[in-house]
Design a protein around this ligand. Structure first.
Ligand code: PRP
Length: 217
């Protein structure tokens, strides 16, 4: 492979971005251009290391990586499960830790235990469907929402929600709680399947350095 090909990183905007960038910096993967918060640029380049970086919405990160528009991506396990893209998941970064849970008012616990046909609101319809149909063998109606999912049971749209719980404070402040845990989540590194072969040396080196840094931290 030509030495001067750029390796491109797709990173997730928002909560994960700062932690991801500081971890990359610790292993020498830096991008000065990205530190300028006023910049409207979308793609940032480190000419010396032949690296490119861009920030995207979480659910779009595996899409960029599957199609090879980015070689490497960092996003949440929730997104990987929901999007089901063909990418290699190579490393658990251990931050952005949270849980995917079935949540609702205490009164909904009984509906879950009796396998009632309930309404489930979620930003994650694929994860919700997999959990209820394949793991619990419970027929439910899934309603897709795009955010503030806790509203579902509060305003009477749904009986429960399937959502991310980090500190649990959003649930508590709204009179809801965790009823069942589906799985644990955290930030993951993903790699394009062709890049893994074609740029194997550079990519393996990056993964190794990240793994070492995480072990030492
Ligand atoms: C997520 C999630 C919960 C909240 C959980 O929402 O959907 O609402 O965080 O965090 P907590 O347990 O620490 O309270 P996010 O802020 O990403 O926005 P959204 O509601 O628009 O999805």
């Amino acid at each position: 492979m030509a030495e001067d090909r750029y390796l491109t990183f797709a990173l997730t905007k928002g909560r994960l971005a700062d932690k991801t960038l500081s971890l990359l910096e610790q292993v020498g993967i830096t991008c000065e251009e990205m530190k300028d918060k006023n910049s409207r640029k979308l793609v940032f380049v480190n000419e010396e290391l032949k690296l490119k970086f861009f920030l995207a919405k979480g659910p779009d990160v595996p899409t960029y990586v599957e199609y090879g528009a980015a070689d490497i991506g960092v996003t949440g396990k929730d997104i990987l499960l929901e999007e089901g893209r063909r990418v290699y998941e190579v490393l658990d970064l251990g931050f952005g830790k949270c849980r995917m849970c079935v949540c609702g008012p205490e009164s909904a616990r009984e509906l879950l235990q009796h396998h009632e046909r309930i309404r489930v609101a979620s930003k994650y319809p694929v994860i919700a469907k997999d959990y209820f149909y394949n793991k619990k063998h419970q027929t439910v109606d899934i309603i897709k929402l795009n955010g503030s999912v806790e509203l579902g049971p509060i305003v009477g749209l749904s009986d429960v929600i399937v959502d991310i719980v980090e500190t649990g404070s959003t649930l508590r402040e709204n009179g809801l709680g965790v009823l069942e845990e589906i799985c644990e989540l955290s930030a993951r590194v993903i790699v394009n399947q062709v890049s893994m072969q074609m740029e194997s040396e550079r990519i393996r080196e990056i993964i190794l350095r990240l793994r070492k840094q995480l072990e030492e931290a």
